[in-house]
Design a protein around this ligand. Structure first.
Ligand SMILES: [Zn+2]
Length: 305
């Protein structure tokens, strides 16, 4: 009888143990996917298996600009929005598993473009910085610019003055600087205009440069054809002229601006020019951050990770 009791106890223990394992397993999936799922299969959240993929992230920073380009381990950031957006930008980069920024482009020193960059520069290793070299009379004396310069001088060794015609390669990303090629008397027009490409795909980014600059770039004879155009100056009527649209010939245009902003961006003239040219356009003020991934053939929109 003693032997039978022991066997009975053993069976009970095994049944309880099996039930416990089933309960834990069901609980994990009912309660949502486990956080370490991506590491379980060798991927971190925010990464994809194919390192050759080219992604463009139009990060919603309200009234301002902030665009992240990633290709494998390479990251290029163009502008960062106002200082108040610093946490948004830093957290976004962390979510994308960005460690180092291979190249930071500060298109021009207005606070809606460089405001958050002092914070970005102190939190991420920035290997090189491209920014316009300004004539004395255009150098701003704002606290945003002072903060930015302080962070740059303490943390960034390789500062490259933007010069039209120069090209820089970081991993598979190529940055062709198209402007400024001369000195303009308006700070917006001193914006770095760059065509950023990876394999057969390219994106045109223009800061707040106006139609005068667009005409100069067209006259210089560069290859401007791009799949995506980041619309100049948040959709202001002073940028994105018909000739520019024809030369860049984008499939998609993205306007980065704030909801109900004081400037009325995007101006209806620009929206009409885009419609007339048959270009699909998207707006960060209406949709939040917008991300496109290139699959070797086309750009397709993907969810923000
Ligand atoms: Zn701006």
């Amino acid at each position: 009888m003693a032997e039978g009791k022991r066997k009975g106890k053993l069976v009970t223990v095994i049944v309880i143990a099996v039930l416990l394992v089933i309960t834990i397993a069901v609980g994990r999936f009912v309660g949502g996917l486990p956080d370490d799922l991506f590491s379980d299969v060798g991927l971190r959240s925010g990464q994809t298996g194919d390192s050759s993929e080219f992604c463009v992230h139009f990060i919603n920073v309200g009234q301002g600009d902030c665009t992240l380009f990633t290709c494998g381990d390479t990251a290029v950031l163009v502008d960062g929005g106002e200082y108040a957006q610093a946490n948004t930008v830093v957290n976004y980069l962390k979510n994308q598993s960005v460690d180092d920024i291979d190249c930071l482009i500060a298109t021009h020193p207005h606070s809606d473009h460089i405001g958050s960059l002092s914070s970005v520069i102190t939190k991420f290793k920035v290997n090189s910085l491209i920014m316009p070299q300004l004539p004395e009379e255009l150098v701003p004396t704002t606290s945003a610019y002072e903060r930015f310069l302080k962070a740059v001088s303490a943390n960034v060794k390789d500062v490259i003055p933007a010069k039209a015609g120069k090209s820089y390669t970081y991993g598979k990303l190529v940055i062709d600087v198209l402007s400024p090629g001369k000195t303009y008397d308006d700070l917006n027009n001193m914006s770095v205009v760059a065509r950023i490409s990876c394999g057969g795909a390219s994106v045109m980014t223009t800061g707040d440069a106006g139609t005068t600059v667009e005409k100069d770039i067209i006259a210089a004879g560069y290859n401007l054809k791009s799949d995506i155009l980041k619309v100049g100056h948040h959709g202001s009527r002073t940028s994105t002229g018909d000739k520019w649209l024809k030369a860049v010939d984008p499939d998609i245009a993205v306007i980065s601006c704030g909801k109900n902003n004081d400037y009325g961006h995007p101006h209806k003239e620009v929206v009409n020019r885009l419609k007339k040219a048959g270009v699909e356009y998207r707006r960060t003020d209406l949709e939040g951050s917008i991300v496109y991934r290139y699959d070797g053939k086309d750009f397709t929109e993907v969810d923000v990770l």
